[in-house]
Design a protein around this ligand. Structure first.
Ligand code: GLU
Length: 547
C-alpha cells in the first residue's frame, strides 16, 4: 500500500489536478496587466474597511488593463450570516462598483463562491496526499489539548509540527485501517519547513519583511471536507490566475504558510500587497476601525448624512495614495478614473480615519457639481430623509438651483456644501416656512444705535432690478448718508465719527435675511428672495431687534 492508495481511499472521486490546470488556463492579458481579487467572507454588507481593500484591487486592475473578480470565501460556516452573499453583492451594486467576474456575473474561472469549489480543493489535496506531502491526522480534541499542555510545560513552541506531529509519519497501512474503521480525521500539510530558516516577503506596499519559515503541519481540509483559508487561497489564486493578492495586513504573518503551499503545490507564487487598516482613536489608544463597533464603518452612516458614495470613494482614494488629494484639488475637471494609483504611495502603517477630512473632500466634490445635479440629488435625498424639505423644493426647482448657482461657476467656487443635508442648512432662511418655524431667529442680536434706517433703505432705495454695481453704489451712498464710513481709511482714522463702515451696514442686511454673519453673495441672495418678501422679513427683524 502506498500514498496513492491512501489518496484514493480518502478522495475516491476527485479528478486529477491536471484537469483543472487545463480548465483554467493562463489568462491572455497584455504585459503588466494585474489580475486582482476581492475575497470577502459573506458578512452581509460592505463596510468602509472592505471598501478600502476592494478599492485598491479595483483601481489597479482597471488601470493596468487587467481583471478584478469577486470571490466569496464561505468555507467557515461559523462566520456565516443570513443572506450574507446577497448583501455584499447588493451593496457593491448600490455603490456602483462592478467586478469583471464574480458570483452573479460569472466568468471563465468560476465558480466564484468557495463552497461550490469543494471538488477542486479535494483534487489538489488528493495530489498532495498521493505525493506524501499531506496526510490524514486523527488527533482528537483531547490529544491536541494534551499536546499543548506538554509544550507549555516544556516551554516549547505551541503547535502541531515536527516530532510533536503524532500522525505525520503514521504508516499508510495504519492510516488506511483507521479510515476504514470510521475514525474522524482532517488533512494536514506535511510541512517541509524549518523554523530556523528565514523566508522573505517582498511586499508591494511594505517592502521586504523577514519571517521564520513555516514548519507547522497546518490543516488544509477540515472535517467537513472544506478547505481552510490558507489552502483555498493557494488553490484559488493559482487557478484563477491572480497576479497580485491585495489583502488586509492581518495576513502578513500567514505569508510563510502561503509561500510554502505555493511551493509544495508547484504553483507560481503571486505578488502580495498587504494593506494597512483604517484605524480610529479610542481614548489614548489607536485601534482598527471596527465594522461592529464604529458607526463610521457603515456606508449607511454616510447615506443618512447625505454624503454621496462618490465621496466615500474619494476619501478612500485619498487615504490610499498620499498625493491623490492634492491632485484632485488641482484638477477640477478630472475624476478618480484619471488618476494613476501606485503601490509606493500606499500607507505602510494604519491610517487614522478622519471624518473632517472626508467632509472637506466632500466640499471639493460638491464644488465641481452643477447646481442642477445637486438639486436633483438633494430632491432624491430629501424624499428619503427629509420630507419637509422635499415638499418645499419639489415644485420650484429653479429657486433652489439659482441659490446653488451663487458663486458656483467661477474659478474658486464656494465650498460650503459637503452633503445633501447641507443644502438645507445653507439655505433654510430662504424658505419662509422654515424661517417662520424658528422661535427666536434673531436671538442675541443687538445694535448700539437705532437701525430703522434699514426700512428706509429697502423701501426707497433698494431696487431688485439694479445690476450688482449700481446696487452697491446706491447702498454705499445711502449708508454714508446715515452715518457709515464708505472709505476704510476715513473710518480707521476717526472711528468715533461713524456708526461703522459699509461692511457693518451690509452685515445688518445679511443678518436680517440669513440671521448669520456669513452667507453667499448678498446681492444674489436679495435678488432671488425678492423685494416684497424682504420688506416682510424686515418688519420681523425690526420688531425683534427693538425688543
Ligand atoms: N476572506 C479573507 C478575509 O476576509 C480574504 C483575505 C484575502 O483577501 O485573501 O479576510
Amino acid at each position: 500500500m502506498n500514498y496513492r492508495d491512501l489518496a484514493d481511499l480518502i478522495f475516491p472521486n476527485a479528478k486529477d489536478a491536471s484537469f483543472y490546470e487545463t480548465k483554467y488556463p493562463e489568462r491572455n492579458l497584455k504585459e503588466g496587466a494585474m489580475v486582482t481579487r476581492f475575497a470577502p467572507s459573506p458578512t452581509g454588507f460592505v463596510h468602509i474597511g472592505s471598501l478600502y481593500t476592494s478599492f485598491s484591487n479595483l483601481v489597479l486592475a482597471k488601470q493596468t488593463g487587467g481583471v478584478v473578480f469577486l470571490r466569496i470565501e464561505d468555507t467557515d460556516h461559523k462566520r456565516e450570516v443570513e443572506n450574507g452573499i446577497e448583501g455584499i453583492i447588493r451593496d457593491f451594486n448600490d455603490l456602483n462598483i462592478h467586478f469583471d467576474e464574480g458570483p452573479i456575473k460569472g466568468g471563465q474561472y468560476g465558480p466564484y463562491i468557495q463552497s461550490e469549489r469543494r471538488d477542486i480543493y479535494q483534487s489538489f489535496a488528493k495530489k498532495l496526499i498521493s505525493e506524501g506531502k499531506a496526510y490524514p491526522c486523527f488527533a482528537t480534541e483531547e490529544e491536541l489539548k494534551n499536546l499543548r499542555e506538554m509544550q507549555e510545560l516544556n516551554k516549547e513552541r505551541i503547535g502541531y509540527y515536527g516530532s510533536w506531529a503524532k500522525y505525520r509519519n503514521l504508516p499508510v497501512e495504519e492510516a488506511i485501517a483507521k479510515i476504514k474503521n470510521n475514525e474522524d480525521y482532517i488533512i494536514r500539510l506535511k510541512s517541509p519547513g524549518d523554523f530556523n530558516n528565514k523566508v522573505i516577503l517582498d511586499d508591494c506596499i511594505k517592502g521586504k519583511i523577514e519571517m521564520p519559515e513555516n514548519d507547522m503541519d497546518i490543516v488544509i481540509i477540515k472535517s467537513d471536507g472544506l478547505p481552510t483559508y490558507h489552502f483555498a487561497h493557494a488553490v484559488d489564486d493559482h487557478l484563477m490566475r491572480t497576479t497580485h493578492v491585495i489583502r488586509g495586513d492581518e495576513w502578513v504573518s500567514s505569508y510563510p504558510i502561503h509561500k510554502q503551499l505555493f511551493e509544495v503545490l508547484e504553483f507560481k507564487e503571486p505578488r502580495y500587497a498587504h494593506i494597512a487598516p483604517l484605524t480610529i482613536k479610542e481614548g489614548t489608544t489607536i485601534r482598527k476601525l471596527s465594522k461592529r463597533k464604529d458607526k463610521e464603518s457603515a456606508i449607511s452612516f454616510y447615506n443618512k448624512l447625505g454624503i454621496p458614495d462618490e465621496v466615500i470613494k474619494l476619501y478612500i482614494a485619498t487615504v490610499n495614495n498620499s498625493n491623490f488629494e492634492e491632485w484632485y484639488i488641482a484638477n477640477p475637471d478630472k475624476t478618480i478614473d484619471d488618476y494613476e494609483f501606485t503601490f509606493d504611495k500606499m500607507p505602510i502603517g494604519g491610517s487614522l480615519f478622519d471624518l473632517d477630512k472626508l467632509m472637506s473632500i466632500s466640499k471639493v466634490y460638491f464644488s465641481k457639481l452643477t447646481a442642477d445635479d445637486i438639486y436633483n440629488k438633494t430632491l432624491q435625498y430629501s424624499l428619503e430623509y427629509d420630507n419637509e424639505f422635499y415638499n418645499l423644493i419639489k415644485d420650484n426647482p429653479n429657486y433652489l438651483i439659482s441659490l446653488l448657482n451663487i458663486e458656483r461657476n467661477i474659478d474658486r467656487p464656494r465650498m460650503d456644501i459637503g452633503s445633501y443635508s447641507d443644502v438645507k442648512k445653507e439655505f433654510w432662511y430662504m424658505y419662509d416656512e422654515l424661517f417662520d418655524k424658528k422661535e427666536h431667529p434673531y436671538e442675541n442680536i443687538n445694535y448700539p444705535y437705532d437701525i430703522s434706517f434699514i426700512k428706509d433703505y429697502f423701501t426707497n432705495v433698494y431696487d431688485e432690478n439694479d445690476n450688482e454695481e449700481d446696487w452697491f453704489n446706491k447702498l454705499k451712498n445711502f449708508a454714508s448718508g446715515v452715518g457709515f464710513a464708505v472709505n476704510r481709511k476715513d473710518y480707521k482714522e476717526n472711528p468715533s465719527n461713524y456708526l461703522g463702515n459699509v461692511a457693518d451696514f451690509c452685515s445688518i442686511i445679511r443678518i436680517m435675511l440669513t440671521t448669520s454673519n456669513t452667507s453667499p453673495n448678498m446681492y444674489d441672495l436679495l435678488k432671488i428672495y425678492g423685494k416684497e418678501r424682504l420688506l416682510k422679513r424686515l418688519d420681523k427683524f425690526l420688531d425683534s431687534v427693538k425688543n
